[in-house]
Design a protein. Structure first.
Lengths: 262, 261, 354
């Protein structure tokens, strides 16, 4: 199956777009798919760092768009998983170096060769955002149960046109939801009015894995890996219903609920 | 054949053979906008299929006619490189083809800062205006070596390239890059990417007080730092090509002793 | 340095023209280019019909900055006399999103106001405004900066006074407009006018390094870069530091420090961050889950009693006003408490303290 192109966006910075892109990519590859991850944050690239691939960058998406290399040269093959590839952004250029038309061309070409293409979108709604969205069929909007993040996610949803958009609620802290200090996932879903792709609990180990370039989804024994796998399967079109969250559960109960039926 | 414009010049993709129809298409394309590219530089991307030096001469002649300087050729095969050299073209690595000369995207570029220091605000404003309007003027005399001594550190996203050697007195942070046709010396910590011998000089070297690069490139060789940053860097080191691979050794005053890694 | 070198250097300094004050700027004339112009010039465009990509930028002449052509805009003011101003315009930026710029800006504004200054915080995130929400003022926002620029109202009419602090005000951003409808000179103009009424102007910069960033920086005289002790954030902060004007003083705040993680070795230390960024450190702010609670309620975290985050921001405000307040070493402090609470276990010698 030649796949869909997904843009992972948010509006608000720092909610976990890059981490989500990396982990979803890993999860898809572990399911045996051929996945291309594209970093659209030109000038502020981070996807390569999160994947631990920064030392292997030779060509980047701007080189490809300007015709200085072939597509295969700009794709870095991850040595840990057979189907995972990264197309890095340029660091020494700015977002105006690439046009929406160029990005769309690059991304469509990848879509023909890969089962899934995930585009890591920069924060904001400026040129970089428009570039990232240009070639995408569907969107994944990452948000947090926090006022500013939801407001920005709402704005972003309005700028995605008629594309299908699903929500990832990231960095949820169930104990704070219980004490009323944090919005519940149901609240978020109601405000944004879109389908939920997944719910990811806050986990301080994520910072460590980010710093070390080893996305948490690589480790099958971690609860987060299971959550990302479920999200990956939903991206591929599987209909895995989510059971309503009970916020007063323990971590294990939470995990069972979020994984849903198999 | 494709003409692509970038901030540093034209890239002419000429992978197909025979070249004669390409030559004709080029003339047509340039004739439709005769003065648009005048004064600029072009790099020919010649691919790997064999070609005749005579064809190449035809191309450079047309470029000259329209006032375009053929700066060099990127060749993916040795015989193509031979022919390019015979036609008087410099062999250029893709990264130098694309790299701007000296690029400082601070809001006040180096020329403007220098002008301000020498002549005050009025001079700075004139320099800024000139910078914006006169891009072509910086490409004159590309054959002269221009060694570059940069006093200061390079931050992520900054890029410095030169035809000649580069000396940086300061650090080069991760995300910054140095591209030189000659040697590179960093009197500080090199954490970014350094490409020495960018036009194919295998004898070029990269020196640093603390050599901790994300990636090193010398001529056509590329090497990334092994493992993580746990390698204790306590002394100045130099990287060179030894037995076809990049090797790092202590930079001793009298002779570099470089071991293969 | 030997004596001769030092004397020689002093001679040189005496010979150089006097440095301009941080507050003063050269007089702009009609067609002069300033740093702001160089910032705002868009990439030159290419004529139709050639096979050249949109990104080509060779021989075409530079074009005028693209301001909205059909919307009315207020005339650019002639140079306001800045020579005697003691006001300050500080942009709070980061590159990376989500490191706490908006929270820091709002809380610093409140802290500086408590210290007796007249402060205005400017939301430069057109289209994704959040400063009003963090300050709990979203229900009072009626007009915004673009209304002022397009002369639909005066600056005074657009300002929103804080509910609790009389000397603190907010200039909101528009929510349904785009950042490229403003350029750095518009910001400069607004800031100039604000400096007539306020001692300190704090500009909350949007994430990224695009037009929004350039606009925010264009109005400022000083910068505060906010980062967290993570590789990506530091990388982005470095990028931003390299994009600021060469003569703009820039200082660093390291936010969301978690001392336990630093000690475990899974988070960068203050020294690790400074080794790369080499900026003047104006504060280290520890992480605290109270911050998100306060933000969600529109309450400044400096008003939450006992919050180490709030205390740290108050210290930063003092330092900005020139007080010499030492920066505590959070890792050492925590280690001490941990030692006391868990009995006498062998501990590492404490690192350099305040």
């Amino acid at each position: 199956m030649k796949g869909n192109v997904f843009v992972i966006t948010s509006g608000k910075g720092g909610v976990g777009k890059t981490t989500t892109t990396a982990n979803l990519g890993v999860a898809l590859a572990r399911l045996g798919k051929q996945v291309a991850l594209v970093d659209a944050d030109i000038g502020l690239r981070n996807l390569d760092l999160v994947l631990g691939l920064e030392k292997r960058i030779v060509y980047d998406v701007v080189d490809l768009a300007e015709g200085r290399c072939q597509p295969r040269q700009a794709l870095i093959k991850d040595k840990r998983l057979p189907g995972l590839f990264l197309m890095p952004a340029a660091q020494t250029k700015d977002k105006e170096s690439v046009s929406e038309a160029q990005m769309a061309r690059v991304v469509h070409a990848l879509g023909a060769d890969f089962d899934a293409v995930l585009i890591d979108c920069p924060a904001g709604i400026e040129h970089g955002f428009r570039n990232a969205v240009a070639g995408a069929d569907e969107a994944v909007v990452v948000t947090m149960p926090e006022v500013s993040a939801i407001r920005d996610a709402d704005r972003i949803l309005g700028m995605l046109g008629s594309r299908r958009a699903r929500i990832v609620v990231n960095r949820v802290r169930p104990e704070m939801v219980r004490t009323g200090d944090m919005l519940s996932v149901d609240d978020v879903a109601e405000i944004l009015g879109r389908e939920i792709l997944g719910i990811v609990p806050d986990d301080e180990e994520v910072i460590d894995t980010t710093n070390r370039g080893a996305p948490v989804a690589l480790d099958a024994s971690r609860r987060l890996a299971t959550i990302y796998t479920t999200m990956a399967r939903r991206l591929l079109g599987e209909d895995i219903p989510a059971i309503a969250l009970h916020e007063d559960g323990l971590w294990n109960k939470l995990r069972r609920i979020m994984v849903g039926q198999r | 054949m494709q003409i692509k414009g970038t901030k540093s010049g034209l890239l002419l993709h000429m992978h197909e053979r025979p070249l004669t129809p390409v030559v004709n298409k080029l003339r047509e394309r340039l004739a439709s906008l005769p003065n648009f590219y005048r004064g600029g530089r072009a790099v020919l991307m010649l691919g790997r299929q064999p070609l005749e030096a005579a064809d190449l001469a035809g191309i450079t002649a047309i470029l000259e006619e329209f006032g375009i300087i053929a700066d060099g050729a990127v060749c993916d095969a040795d015989d193509v490189a031979e022919a390019a050299r015979a036609a008087g073209l410099k062999i250029v690595a893709p990264s130098v083809a694309a790299a701007p000369r000296v690029r400082d995207d601070r809001t006040e570029p180096a020329d403007v800062r220098r002008a301000r220091h020498e002549g005050g605000d009025q001079a700075a404003r004139e320099a800024a205006r000139a910078q914006r309007n006169g891009r072509a003027s910086t490409h004159a005399d590309t054959n002269a070596a221009e060694n570059c001594v940069y006093k200061g550190s390079l931050r992520s996203g900054q890029s410095l390239s030169a035809f000649g050697d580069i000396v940086v007195i300061g650090d080069v942070n991760a995300g910054a890059e140095l591209i030189a046709t000659g040697d590179i010396v960093v009197w500080g910590t090199l954490r970014g990417v350094a490409h020495a011998g960018a036009e194919g000089d295998d004898r070029a070297a990269v020196y640093a007080l603390r050599l901790q690069p994300t990636q090193l490139r010398i001529s056509r060789c590329i090497a990334s730092a092994p493992g993580d940053d746990a390698r204790p860097v306590t002394a100045p080191e130099v990287a060179r090509i030894v037995d076809g691979k990049i090797a790092i050794g202590a930079a001793v005053a009298s002779r570099d002793k470089v071991r293969s890694r | 340095m030997s004596n001769d070198v030092r004397e020689h250097r002093e001679e040189l300094i005496a010979l150089q023209p006097a440095e301009t004050d941080v507050g003063a700027r050269p007089e702009p004339d009609q067609d002069a280019t300033t740093a702001a112009d160089v910032l705002s010039a868009p990439p030159p465009s290419v004529p139709e019909g050639s096979d050249v990509d949109d990104s080509s930028a060779m021989a075409s002449p530079a074009s005028q900055p693209a301001a909205a052509e059909t919307t009315h805009r207020r005339p650019r003011s002639p140079q306001r006399a800045r020579a005697t101003t003691t006001g300050r315009a500080i942009v709070v930026t980061s590159g990376k999103g989500g490191v706490g710029k908006t929270t820091v800006t709002a809380n610093l504004g409140a802290a500086l106001s408590d210290a007796g200054k007249r402060v205005v915080v400017v939301d430069a995130d057109v289209g994704l405004r959040n400063l009003d929400v963090v300050m709990g003022l979203e229900n009072r926002v009626r007009l915004h900066s673009l209304d002022v620029i397009e002369e639909r109202c005066t600056l005074d009419e657009a300002l929103v006074r804080d509910r609790m602090r009389r000397t603190l005000a907010l200039l909101p951003a528009a929510q349904n407009r785009d950042k490229d409808e403003i350029d750095p000179e518009d910001m400069l103009d607004l800031v100039d006018e604000l400096q007539e009424k306020f001692d300190i102007v704090l500009i909350d910069c949007p994430a990224g390094i695009e037009q929004g960033f350039r606009n925010a920086v264009g109005g400022a005289q000083e910068a505060i870069i906010v980062t967290t002790p993570e590789v990506s954030a530091v990388r982005d902060a470095d990028r931003v530091a390299g994009l600021l004007p060469g003569d703009m003083p820039a200082r660093l705040i390291i936010n969301r420090v978690r001392p336990q993680l630093v000690r475990k070795g899974t988070m960068m230390s203050v020294d690790d961050v400074l080794d790369i960024l080499r900026l003047d450190l104006v504060g280290v702010v520890p992480d605290d889950k109270e911050v998100i609670v306060a933000t969600n309620r529109g309450k400044p975290v400096i008003d939450v009693s006992g919050s180490p985050t709030g205390a740290a921001i108050r210290r930063i405000a003092s330092r900005l006003l020139g007080e010499d307040v030492p920066i505590p070493d959070f890792t050492a402090q925590q280690a001490w408490y941990a030692r006391v609470l868990s009995g006498f276990k062998p501990s590492r010698p404490s690192t350099k303290g305040s």
